[in-house]
Design a protein around this ligand. Structure first.
Ligand code: FMN
Length: 345
């Protein structure tokens, strides 16, 4: 079914899940345009949506919240839908409704520390309630054949990071969860902003690795501070995979470098990726999507290259004024290409 340029798909048509390389759920960032961009860079990566609350899925504009870009449906891109909530029945209902949209996996957010999320009694504060999370997971698992997974921290506040995390994981595993995305730092729920909570509590990859070693029956995917190929390739042998958030967004070609390092698969060039995104923009802009809502995710494409500043400036400043589909992307990519090959000053 096609709706305003976005489309549902049949879950049975999805390939097996490969979680070695994942792009983290990021509110306001990993929307469907961003995911389309990332899938050109790393076709094998598992891409996450932004968090969507169970209530939004049940009561909101489902087509707008859940439907995928038709190109990604056709390419059978694997996307995990992240839900937020703490009511088992409502999470089950959201899972059931979302399963119609062909996601490869349904994930529950037990890692977000924002006040708004805490007041709804979900996100990281749920780490203190393993029984409730287990009930949520069991309810969700009961209504879908898709993998139902958790993304969490190694703890919150003064929770014991050894026993507390082990108890939490054992409870959700007993409810049938087999895959854990572990942001390897605590969330401090009082006093730190969500942004500070992504940087200030110290990372502890060894604690995450102890969990992976203690529960070899689970897939533990490491998240948090993975911002270079060297760090990922050093850590990933201890885990089932690596999940990158900010580095994937700000320096997206790290996903290409990781695909090459993990699989020996060559990624398309920046110029090719820009060309594919220009084609995508042609279709979306014709349907009424503002060009800026696509290009805003692409500003890091030339990061570290000659032309990076030109790319950021022109794409950032001019996209709001252009109505000609992907024309701007083509022009600026051609200019960057000339700079890279030394044909321009
Ligand atoms: C802008 C932004 C939005 C985020 N939104 C979510 C979210 O919706 N759900 C979630 O589980 N984590 C969210 N996170 C946390 C990331 O998924 C990830 O766990 C965190 O950034 C640590 O990984 P990194 O160091 O690779 O960025 C967000 C992070 C950022 C930067």
């Amino acid at each position: 079914m096609i709706y305003n340029g976005i489309m549902k798909r049949d879950a049975t048509s999805l390939p097996a899940l490969d979680r070695r390389l994942c792009v983290a759920p990021m509110m306001d960032w990993t929307d469907r345009h961003c995911r389309h961009f990332h899938r050109h860079i790393a076709p094998g990566a598992l891409l996450f949506t932004e968090m969507v609350t169970a209530d939004a899925v049940i009561h909101g504009d489902r087509e707008r919240l859940l439907a995928q870009a038709p190109e990604d449906v056709a390419a059978r891109v694997c996307v995990a839908l992240q839900l937020g909530g703490s009511d088992p029945a409502r999470l089950a209902e959201a899972t059931r409704l979302a399963a119609d949209y062909g996601y490869a996996e349904i994930n529950l957010n037990v890692g977000c520390p924002s006040d708004r999320v805490q007041s709804g009694r979900f996100g990281a504060c749920l780490m203190a309630e393993p029984k409730l999370v287990a009930d949520c997971m069991a309810a969700m698992t009961a209504v879908t054949d898709l993998p139902v997974t958790v993304k969490c921290r190694i703890g919150i506040d003064d929770m014991d990071p050894e026993a507390g995390l082990d108890d939490f994981i054992d409870a959700v595993a007993a409810a049938g969860v087999r895959v854990i995305y572990l942001h390897a730092r605590k969330a401090w729920l009082n006093g730190l902003s969500p942004k500070e909570n992504r940087d200030i509590p110290p990372l502890d990859y060894d604690r995450a690795a102890r969990l992976a070693g203690r529960r070899p029956d689970l897939e533990v995917i490491l998240n948090g501070g993975l911002d270079s190929v060297d760090i990922v390739m050093r850590e990933v042998p201890r885990f089932a995979g690596a999940m990158l958030g900010r580095a994937a967004y700000r320096t997206p070609m790290i996903l290409a470098d990781l695909t090459a390092a993990m699989d020996g698969r060559d990624a398309p060039s920046r110029f090719e990726i820009a060309g594919r995104m220009a084609d995508y923009a042609d279709s979306r802009v014709a349907e009424g999507v503002p060009l800026h809502s696509i290009t805003r995710h692409m500003l890091g494409l030339y990061h570290g290259q000659r032309g990076a500043r030109l790319w950021r400036r022109h794409l950032g400043e001019e996209a709001r004024n252009r109505k000609d589909g992907g024309g701007l992307i083509r022009e600026v990519a051609a200019a960057c290409e000339e700079m890279a090959t030394g044909m321009a000053a």
